[in-house]
Design a protein around this ligand. Sequence first.
Ligand code: SF4
Ligand code: SF4
Length: 90
Amino acid sequence: MKLEIDESRCKGCNLCTMVCPYKIYRPGSRPNRRGIYVPDLDQPERCPNCRLQGLYGRRLCGVCALICPDQAIRWVPEKPFEPMKVVIEY
Ligand code: SF4
Ligand code: SF4
């Protein structure tokens, strides 16, 4: 699963940056089209929900999604891995 912030909902309150035990959210550095500083994600694959939600069949943390007043945080299924051809030159 992949962690996403829905920019159309987020109001930049930064509550998520305060609660995440893995410090995955960082205060936004650039305003979006609406002038909102949406938090940046720092290696979101570290989130246990991203790694283990599929395996356990349920959310393992979710504090950020619970505290977000605008329901802007979600996990979306990732596309299946697509093998690609790699050419190595010696
Ligand atoms: S679910 Fe927990 S660990 Fe994952 S981003 Fe949210 S607060 Fe952080
Ligand atoms: S808690 Fe929700 S609304 Fe607030 S900054 Fe985080 S994602 Fe945006």
